[in-house]
Design a protein around this ligand. Sequence first.
Ligand SMILES: [Zn+2]
Ligand SMILES: [Zn+2]
Length: 122
Amino acid sequence: MALPPLPLNSTLARLTWVSETELSLDWQDGHASVYSLMYLRKSCPCAVCKEEDVHTLGLKRGIRLKPKPVLTQELTIISVIPIGRYAIQIAWSDGHRAGIYSYDFLRKICPCSECSTKKTDI
Ligand SMILES: [Zn+2]
Ligand SMILES: [Zn+2]
């Protein structure tokens, strides 16, 4: 899958595939974030996925709700669309494409040890 060129002046400088299941985001300040596709999908900020979290909570409280869709390892990204200068929209192989990941959000969820350490410092 070819990743799109990013708009000029964005804080995100480059998108590259690390492997079939990992995507690397290079930031203009020199930092690089590597996200597994599963992690990105689980962090999807769209209303539908957030609602699924509510469903999971409901299940914990014994409320019967529709089951959360199962994410499989075969799930992959079919396209990444830049949204203005601040976000990317990710289209998944299961048809889900409502998630718009702002660069701020992506940077905040960076799973690297450096960023995780920063988070615990705050
Ligand atoms: Zn979503
Ligand atoms: Zn990081």
